[in-house]
Design a binder for this molecule. Structure first.
Ligand SMILES: O=C(CO)[C@H](O)[C@H](O)COP(=O)(O)O
Ligand SMILES: [Co+2]
Length: 215
């Protein structure tokens, strides 16, 4: 599955970019929320997300790169999030935050940074619907894919299989047409692609190529 990140979309022409995603039949829209504190960059908040919600019926996969995300879960649910992922080190009581997300009927996930291991899964796997593996350091679009992520994706796939879990693996950062298949074959279910799609001359064609490649 493919989840274009709108971080690299053209916000002066955002309706057009949503039409492209609607027509391209993408599986999710990846929405990156940055607070300038957990990560050294600021993107946008729930009010923008709720405006974007009017432009599509595709599920919003909301990636929270913010401190104390528990304080904003309800706002993002009201804004139209369908999946909410949080970084374990951004929230004091991870189990409580995951339960809070699910209490609104929204899917919950955790995010693993490039230098972090998968140990947190031991006591969270049964509580999550999605594991988001970062293949760049969070904060910016357009960075290079970190190769060691492939080993981590394979390990995560193995843990999920051993535990007979339905948890999906999503991979985020530096995914392009030339590494997408390797990421997919390592065990990813959902690929996030921001600059590869919206930084290209022809985003519709890029979406089509990603879909063809992953068929
Ligand atoms: O979470 C993110 C950055 O923190 C973005 O989702 C990610 O970087 C996507 O952009 P690109 O495909 O250009 O790497
Ligand atoms: Co992201």
């Amino acid at each position: 599955m493919i989840s274009p990140s709108i971080l690299s979309a053209d916000f002066t022409n955002i309706k057009r970019d949503f039409e492209i995603m609607n027509e391209g039949g993408v599986d999710f829209v990846h929405v990156d929320i940055m607070d300038g504190n957990y990560v050294p960059n600021i993107s946008f908040g729930p009010s923008i997300v709720s405006q974007l919600r009017k432009l599509t019926t595709i599920d919003f996969d909301v990636h929270l790169m913010i401190e104390n995300p528990e304080n904003y879960i309800e706002d993002f649910v009201k804004a139209g999030a369908n999946i909410i992922t949080v970084h374990p080190d951004s929230t004091r009581h991870l189990n409580r935050t995951l339960n809070l997300i699910k209490s609104f009927g929204v899917k919950a996930g955790i995010v693993i940074n490039p230098a972090e291991n998968l140990n947190v899964l031991e006591y969270t796997l049964s509580d999550i619907d999605l594991l988001l593996i970062m293949s760049v350091n969070p904060g910016f679009g357009g960075q290079n894919f970190i190769k060691s992520s492939l080993t981590k994706i394979k390990k995560a796939r193995e843990i999920i299989r051993e535990n007979k879990s339905n948890c999906l693996i999503e991979v985020d950062g530096g995914i392009k047409l030339d590494n997408a298949l390797e990421v997919f074959n390592s065990g990813a279910d959902i690929l996030v692609a921001g600059s590869a799609i919206f930084g290209s001359e022809n985003p519709s064609e890029e979406i089509f190529k990603f879909k063809e490649l992953l068929k």
